[in-house]
Design a protein around this ligand. Sequence first.
Ligand SMILES: *[C@@H]1O[C@H](CO)[C@@H](O)[C@H](O)[C@H]1NC(C)=O
Ligand SMILES: *[C@@H]1O[C@H](CO)[C@@H](O)[C@H](O)[C@H]1NC(C)=O
Length: 570
Amino acid sequence: MALCAFYAVWGLLLEVAIAFGPVPRITWEHKEVQLIHFNDSKVSNYSTLLLSEDKNVLYVGAREVIFALNAVNIAEKQHELHWKVTEDKRTKCAVKGKSEQTECRNYVRVLQQLNDTFLYVCGTNAFQPTCDYLNLISFELGGKNEDGKGRCPFDPAQSYTSVMVDEELYSGTSYNFLGSEPIISRHSHQSPLRTEYAIPWLNEPNFVFADVIRADPNSTDGEDDKIYFFFTEVSVEYEFVGKLMIPRIARVCKRDQGGLRTLQKKWTSFLKARLICTIPDKNLIFNVINDVFILKSPTLKEPVIYGVFTPQLNNVGLSAVCAYNLSTVEEVFSKGKYMQSATVEQSHTKWVRYNGEIPNPRPGACINNEARASNYMSSLNLPDKTLQFVKDHPLMDDSVTPMGDRPRLVKRDVKYTQIVVDRVRALNGTIYDVMFISTDRGALHKAISYENGMHIIEETQLFPNFEPVQTLLLSSKKDRRYLFAGSNSGVVQSPLAFCDKYTTCVDCVLARDPYCAWKPLEASCIDIFKEGEMERNWIQNIGGDASSCSDSEITQLLFVTNTCSVTLSG
Ligand SMILES: *[C@@H]1O[C@H](CO)[C@@H](O)[C@H](O)[C@H]1NC(C)=O
Ligand SMILES: *[C@@H]1O[C@H](CO)[C@@H](O)[C@H](O)[C@H]1NC(C)=O
């Protein structure tokens, strides 16, 4: 247990290091806290997780196996399904130069809830991606063996993301054996759609996340639901020696039907923009996005998009979290300028802001009431001018800037891999977005940010062997608040707080953990979300003022008060 108080003594020495982010106040070693593990000694690569909160089941996609685990206690296995590659396919895969022992296996990459009874599942299947329907009652595959091209990568080492929206699968991955043809597509029996195979649309993307954001049901503009994709790709718009990476947000509209002639069976609503995550006064640019979490809460006016980033050349080991509000994103797509390619002499292309006339209806916009009023009932009716424009100008000139114009968290000596965010109400009513961020060394940071400051409440070593955390999932139902993490070696379930580890009032309050409060009657540090009712005499102070704890305790520990909050100097 490494207390921040210890560092306080060295305050001056550490100031320089701290300028790039706070140290966790406490570190829990792997054995120090109660975590629940799941793994099977014969199985590896537990990289795809799906939580069914209604059924209380955690589905796990591993190498050649799908598990169903009790989500309250993942050590309890409910079902197990083997999904192996046939001998014949494995041999063929090996003949093509792939490793028979590792690459020519079936890595489960898509696990999505289709409806109450079926999951839609896809695996790499020895470089012949295959999808099927998993019956949740019998826990057997339907044997449909659909061609999974465009839904699941061929190569297990290639990036992928997917989201199921109204029984249609949206995915970002690669479309061929070599992995050289990137694609964002919708798998649908009525209207399958895909991206153009062209550099301005997607340029060597590394997909990290996709999710749907529903249109506001109270709005009268008849807007469509939108599916957002997040990836890092090679820049076309900046001149650079070598490949300059750019983090992107792209979006498509759910009711897109493609064009009639131009963009037939292609997205007519595909637009993308650069995500900015920088500290301008320090000249730090975080241009690789590793993961995204979209916080959608009934108490929120609009969803908030959280992303974890690292710089492209990361020799110091820096990571950052930036948050974006949805209206900023929508503003860029609905009102921003477009970019256009201009061929200069020596026949290389340069991308510049397009200042010419923009066709009507606006290229890339969803069909809404305004479009319908002009008799454009579907994307199939859109005029050729609009379609040709969006085909040539999928990239916005305006970028998406983070809330507060700077990162929520910057941390040095760490590579963040995944993020989930829980929105909680502290005892005094203040709302906090608690960020759970995993590292490439098996650890988890729990952090909050407040007016220009940040605080890492704790670090927990989830995996004892320091391997990268590949997936994080959050269950934030009232009585079931857990975090699930997947890695190559297994799955871990963790509570969201370890309040009972704090044995004194001062310790409990100085943790500055919105989940924890001191209960004087029992003289214990409790998880406020596990109690039936909140009581007024509990003690919690996220600012780190422990003066409400009894006097004797305070004199003992007074000198540690409030040493670990860090302000990002601006
Ligand atoms: C699968 O896990 C092993 C370690 O168990 C790792 O070496 C390998 O890279 C993983 N493969 C993929 C495709 O993630
Ligand atoms: C979201 O961003 C817009 C534009 O910058 C701003 O007007 C709005 O206040 C922001 N909303 C929140 C909740 O920060």
